[in-house]
Design a protein around this ligand. Structure first.
Ligand code: ADP
Length: 394
């Protein structure tokens, strides 16, 4: 029987999963799938093999409610049939926030779980869902190692000045500082980018542009600075999150508009960003297809914010050797990449229009001083590898 590692990324309305076959120290993805629209009218499940062939799928009836526990139970009823010939050795989980303490992946027990639950206020959109699923699995399959892999950990190489807010020391000492997120994605990009171009071992800004969006300045593949801070709200405007905001706005919402903390949280996390500005959608495809002025404003604000942050990150690095686009928008939107690269001409980026439209690999000309690349991210591969290392070391 072959050993296998499963990877789970549990969100508010979806559970994405993948299974990797373990051959010695080499991991090979064998299947991947998701249960989407959990808790909405018609949840959907699909699982495919690596060639993209659908192995199984299900659509629940209109109106059928499915909780995350139901979804987890379904997943674990379904998995054995898909895992024929494999013995599941461990499950690796994406956990958004590891706080100050967790700088490397860790096997979760009751004590670790409660330490991670204490971080829920720092990532209210993700952390509760990541942890609820781990809690369920610790109870239902106690012998199976559950490994938490953190989005914050990659950024622990940042300097203390980079991580600090100019707040009184007693507040800073409570852990109120910049952490940075999307670290699993950045770790993947850092592990493959030098094979594309040796210059990417130098000063690089990686743009992870998905529903959540951030940018990371790297030197020698290590995080130097990130646009995200204490929570995953900071930096770029995102699908529904506001990005960088004068903290005075929060005081105004509470004092003048009489919003309570829950209402403020909902504005900042769920009603802002591309959705809030466009009034139409959080989805870049919908905005690109729309000709309304508000949809245009949302895209313009997104691009403007990237331009500003790219300048700041290049200054932090003392120059720039390369940029890398990744995640849903970064990998697929030729329009966003084109506008970002044209805005970055002053930094030495010379866009190759045809290569950008083709949408793979290098998208700058051979004479460009700074090269720009599209590199698809693979957070699941990083989680599987981190999980393998934790159980190998046990
Ligand atoms: P998540 O953070 O949920 O993992 P993704 O990385 O899947 O997000 O990115 C989702 C975003 O990618 C959405 O805004 C979606 O519109 C955008 N996207 C996906 N495909 C395209 C495309 N062809 N053109 C423009 N945007 C796209």
């Amino acid at each position: 029987m072959q050993d296998a590692i499963a990877v789970i990324n549990a969100g508010s309305s979806s559970i994405k999963f993948a299974v990797f076959d373990e051959q010695g120290s080499v991991l090979q993805r064998v299947l991947a799938g998701s249960i989407r629209d959990i808790g909405t009218s018609s949840p959907r499940f699909i699982v495919k093999n690596v060639a993209g062939k659908i192995l199984d799928s299900k659509q629940w009836e209109e109106g059928a409610l499915l909780s995350q526990e139901d979804a987890t139970a379904f997943l674990f009823e379904m998995l054995p049939a898909q895992l024929k010939g494999h013995r599941l050795r461990a499950i690796g989980h994406r956990v958004v926030h590891g706080g100050e303490h967790y700088l490397a992946p860790v096997r979760v027990d009751a004590e670790v779980l409660s330490a991670l639950e204490a971080l829920i206020p720092l990532a209210p959109l993700h952390q509760p869902h990541n942890l609820a699923l781990i809690r369920t699995l610790l109870a239902t399959t106690p012998g199976l190692p559950q490994i938490a892999c953190f989005d914050t950990a990659f950024h622990h190489t940042q300097s203390s000045i980079e991580r600090a807010f100019a707040l009184p020391r007693d507040i800073t000492e409570r852990g109120v500082r910049r952490y940075g997120f999307h670290g699993l994605s950045y770790e993947y990009i850092a592990s493959v980018m030098v094979q594309r171009d040796p210059k990417l071992a130098g000063r690089v800004v990686v743009l992870h542009l998905g529903n959540g969006a951030s940018m990371c300045a790297m030197q020698d593949g290590k995080s130097v600075s990130s646009t995200m801070g204490f929570t995953a709200l900071d930096g770029l405007p995102m699908g529904t999150r506001c990005g960088t905001l004068d903290p005075g706005v929060v005081l105004y919402l509470m004092d003048a508009l009489k919003m309570n903390p829950g209402q403020v949280e909902s504005v900042l996390y769920q009603q802002s960003g591309l959705l809030g500005v466009s009034g139409i959608s959080s989805d870049m495809r919908t905005l690109e297809a729309s000709d309304t002025p508000h949809a245009r404003d949302a895209i313009d604000l997104f691009i403007h914010s990237i331009k500003r942050q790219l300048g700041a990150l290049a200054a932090t690095l003392g120059g720039l050797d390369g940029i890398v686009f990744t995640a849903g928008i970064g990998e697929n939107s030729a329009l966003v990449r084109e506008r970002v690269c044209l805005d970055a001409a002053w930094l030495g980026v010379e866009l190759d229009q045809a290569a950008n439209r083709a949408g793979v690999g290098q998208i700058t000309t051979a004479s460009s001083a700074v090269s720009a690349w599209i590199i698809p991210t693979d957070e699941e591969a990083v989680i599987a590898e981190q999980t393998r290392r934790v159980i190998a070391a046990a």
